[in-house]
Design a protein around this ligand. Structure first.
Ligand code: SAH
Length: 269
């Protein structure tokens, strides 16, 4: 075989790398510079449901994109097919941006995707994003920790893969801020379990709907009112539930000037 033939021989492409990129909670200005650079320079973007339309608008028009989100329990593409797709596309030599709401490693299945990619020999880069607990509470004027009020914060999912297996006893007694992701349909369960395990029914709670987005709503009340608040205000997903005394600090700290951004309602007031 001559050198010329060798050069012409179609080579298997060098595999691309996959960047698992956190898009943050909605406001495009909360993207990291690194996230934006990867969005602008990738060959292919796969994005989830919680990536806001303002961030979608930043995708270069020439870049192929694919929606791979899930609505409640319905996946537009099953997770194992998505993992296979990432591997196949990377093996074709494409540099891929896998864009997820918030942070990939917080209730984002980033670890699962990374394990699969690493086992297929694909290089992976992680770009952290602002997780909903941090972004939404900041935009609502609710500090997750506050000296003398809350010495910590526990983030939990209220949605179990099979069944919900939370240690309610510990959650009720821990004495610091609780943040429930995917908790909207479990408002009644959160209310009854926390109370049954000793939390006061008058513990302050907040529901933050579409946090960090132009239509953010913050609805506040007390633990025993939680299911009623969610129902009365027709709170829609995505929404976070915050439980703890820090919620009351929003009386003084809510800072978003636009009332539309920060419509605070207190049932018990
Ligand atoms: N990886 C994401 C979480 C995905 S789980 C992160 O780090 O933020 C999806 C849940 O996150 C939603 O059901 C909701 O509880 C919460 N969430 C995400 N974005 C939100 C937003 N902008 N406003 C309120 N809740 C949000």
């Amino acid at each position: 075989m001559t050198v010329k033939q060798l050069t012409n021989h179609p080579k298997a492409p060098k595999p691309g790398r996959v960047a698992l990129v956190g898009a943050g909670p909605g406001d495009p200005e909360l993207l990291t510079i690194k996230a934006l650079k990867i969005i602008q320079h990738s060959d292919f973007i796969l994005y989830d449901r919680l990536v806001s339309k303002e961030i979608l608008a930043l995708f270069p028009t020439k870049t192929p994109t694919m929606y791979v989100g899930k609505e409640k329990s319905h996946h537009s593409i099953p997770q194992d097919k998505l993992n296979d797709l990432l591997v196949t596309k990377a093996k074709q030599g494409l540099n891929i941006c896998r864009l997820k709401g918030g942070d990939s490693f917080i209730f984002g299945r980033g670890g699962e995707e990374m394990l699969k990619l690493k086992s297929a020999g694909i290089d992976v880069e992680i770009v952290p994003g602002i997780t909903a607990a941090s972004g939404c509470t900041s935009y609502a004027g609710i500090p997750l920790t506050h000296r003398g009020i809350s010495q910590g914060c526990t983030m939990v999912t209220a949605h179990g893969e099979k069944e919900l297996n939370l240690n309610w006893e510990q959650l009720a007694k821990v004495g610091h801020t609780l943040v429930f992701y995917m908790g909207l349909s479990k408002a009644q369960l959160i209310n009854t379990q926390l109370q049954q395990h000793g939390m006061s029914p008058s513990t302050p709670v907040a529901l933050i709907e579409n946090g960090c987005c132009p239509n953010q709503r913050v609805i506040r009340g007390l633990l025993h009112e939680l299911p009623l608040l969610a129902e009365r205000e027709s709170v829609q997903s995505p929404a976070l539930i915050i439980v703890g005394e820090v919620v009351n600090l929003a009386d003084q700290l809510a800072w978003l000037a636009n009332a539309k951004h920060n419509e605070i309602q207190k049932l018990s007031a």
